[in-house]
Write a protein that binds this ligand. Structure first.
Ligand code: ADP
Ligand code: MG
Length: 290
């Protein structure tokens, strides 16, 4: 087992260390039971237009339980719009979305989050002025019982929840190798450290489906590979499903069991990494660029 990170955003550890197994147990216990079978999410024939721009033109996607699904495509092909539709920021002009066994097409983003859907954004969304601890614990607010009022008045149940949230924060920080910098302002972390903090905050919200929109944006392929190995370890040990938008196609093929290739708002290839990389349509559109 190796551990190489300086804790401030250096290289991500390659496998769990001894001390991390205890942290893993804490996080595992806090997460909802993983969905192990069937389909976590199904998007069917989604159309979205912005004025004259047809961002999605009949795109469909299925995310089986316990898998990492990759979504690739050139800039402007509709990847982020697809995430917006999945998490409820954009209501599609037509098409249906089912998640966790129910139709969620008309459900607002807040309710989708409560069902266990969590999304990160292309741009960094952590607060640089809060500490790493504060950024992480924000992710738990969805599940602190009683909401803001009970937290303010410190009712006993809420106090207990807050203690559990603090314990979960420390455990998550241990897994993403930020436990030594919990009290540091997030803004001074390296770029990689900030992206790990964002992923950690997502895990704090107890996801059943994690939507990662270019988590490695701005990184070189080595840093991106490191980050994706961490995501893969978290996914396989904690059991949630992941949909990943990523511009390093090689990394997608290495880490995803199913890949969807978008072009101009349509799925032009789907299947295993081998099937997609051998697809003429995908090669014609952009694989040749890599
Ligand atoms: P990707 O994430 O694959 O780069 P996007 O989903 O962001 O692509 O964008 C798909 C298309 O929709 C692009 O042409 C983009 O300019 C357009 N688009 C996305 N969001 C909006 C919006 N809010 N208003 C107008 N056009 C948009
Ligand atoms: Mg995008």
């Amino acid at each position: 087992m190796t551990a190489t990170s300086a804790g401030n955003g250096g290289p991500v550890i390659e496998s769990w260390e001894e001390g991390q197994f205890a942290a893993l147990e804490v996080v595992e216990a806090a997460l909802p039971p993983p969905v192990t079978e069937g389909t976590v999410l199904e998007a069917e024939d989604i159309h979205v237009s912005f004025g004259g721009v047809r961002a999605l033109q009949g795109a469909s996607m299925r995310i089986p339980a316990g898998t990492i699904v990759g979504l690739i495509g050139p800039n402007g092909s509709g990847k982020s719009t697809f995430f917006d539709v999945i998490n409820g920021f954009t209501i599609p002009d037509s098409g249906r979305i089912r998640a966790f066994g129910q139709d969620i097409t008309d459900m607002n983003p807040w309710h989708r989050a409560r069902l266990g859907m969590c999304r990160t954004f292309q741009a960094n969304h952590i607060d640089p002025n809060l500490t790493v601890f504060e950024n992480l614990i924000t992710g738990a607010f969805l599940s602190i019982s009683g909401g803001v009022l009970t937290s303010v008045f410190q009712f006993p149940k809420s106090r207990r929840d807050q203690q559990q949230a603090a314990e979960l924060t420390r455990a998550v920080a241990r897994l993403i190798d930020l436990e030594k910098v919990l009290e540091v302002r997030a803004g001074v972390l390296s770029f990689g450290g900030q992206r790990r903090a964002e992923i950690g905050r997502s895990i704090m919200s107890r996801p059943r489906l994690l939507l990662l929109d270019e988590p490695s944006a701005g990184m070189d392929s080595q840093e991106a590979g490191s980050l994706l190995r961490l995501v893969t370890r978290l996914q396989s040990d904690l059991g949630f499903a992941v949909c990943l938008i990523e511009h390093f196609v090689r990394i997608v093929f290495d880490h995803c069991s199913i890949v969807y290739a978008l072009a101009e708002g349509r799925v032009i290839a789907e299947g295993t990494p081998d099937e997609v990389s051998n697809s003429k349509a995908a090669q014609q559109h952009y694989l040749g660029e890599q």
